[in-house]
Design a protein around this ligand. Structure first.
Ligand SMILES: [Zn+2]
Length: 256
């Protein structure tokens, strides 16, 4: 029997698993999968609970079919339904830093004038050919190059985040929009930062992830402002709960 079990193709198993999660509670805006639940995902460290980190910690967040995350769905829905950018992609130059796969796939099809993806190419990792090696602290584009910048869950990895923020502000054209998301503590004002903590295991305990260098507090907005942005905290996630967004996640919508 066990031999037969091993012969069931993985695609069949996958379909059976998907069927088990089919339902009416959520609909994925990327793949259309209708689900009764979201797949739990995230890092489980005490500090994330103690600091009530929105966008961190284990939570039901992923689409069972395509794997999209709550936060990429929120950005997509905001662009599509609130900004209506997908209806008028012409004359829109987009920079997408550390592109989330499902969001990037959807945005690539939109027909923006320019859609540039970039990520800091780390040794030992491979990147798709169309993801350029871009260091957010030294962005290789002229001032005012982009109408829309997406940069989600990146700044908490960068030691010199103030430099990255200034760079993002520099390449955004006046009147353009930057959506700059980070995991953020709901119950602390001051960002927790300690550059003496470099060991990955220690970072997990202190910052909640092996490669994070801080946990932002509510002063995140001041940091963005110090880098040249005017910041609007946009609370639209609760109206998109049927698409599996995190109702507590605010968007940090920035202009220069
Ligand atoms: Zn999906």
């Amino acid at each position: 029997m066990s031999g037969l079990k091993g012969m069931v193709p993985s695609s069949v198993k996958r379909r059976a698993k998907l069927l088990a999660y089919q339902g009416t509670k959520y609909e994925c805006p990327f793949c259309g999968f209708k689900a009764r639940a979201l797949r739990p995902h995230g890092h489980d460290f005490d500090v994330l609970k103690q600091r009530d980190v929105v966008g961190g910690g284990v939570r039901p967040s992923r689409c069972f079919q395509c794997g999209s995350a709550d936060r990429e769905r929120l950005i997509f829905l905001y662009l599509r339904n609130d900004l209506r950018l997908l209806d008028h992609p012409e004359a829109t130059r987009v920079l997408h830093i550390a592109p989330e796969p499902r969001l990037a796939r959807a945005l690539r099809k939109v027909g923006f004038t320019e859609y540039i993806m970039g990520d800091l190419h780390a040794e030992g990792y491979s990147y798709p050919d169309d993801v350029l090696d871009i260091d957010a602290t030294n962005i290789p584009f002229a001032a005012d190059s982009f109408d829309l910048i997406l940069c989600s869950h990146v700044l908490e990895h960068i030691p010199d985040d103030s430099r990255a923020i200034r760079e993002l502000a520099r390449v955004l054209r006046p009147g353009g929009t930057a959506i700059l998301q980070v995991p953020i503590s709901a119950n602390t004002q001051d960002t927790l930062e300690d550059f003496s903590v470099t060991d990955p295991k220690a970072r997990e305990q202190v910052f909640g992830q092996f490669d994070h260098v801080r946990i932002y507090g509510q002063d995140y907005v001041d940091r963005l402002a110090a880098g040249g942005f005017t910041v609007k905290r946009v609370d639209v996630a609760s109206k998109y709960e049927e698409y599996g967004t995190n109702p507590r996640e605010e968007l940090f919508v920035c202009t220069v």
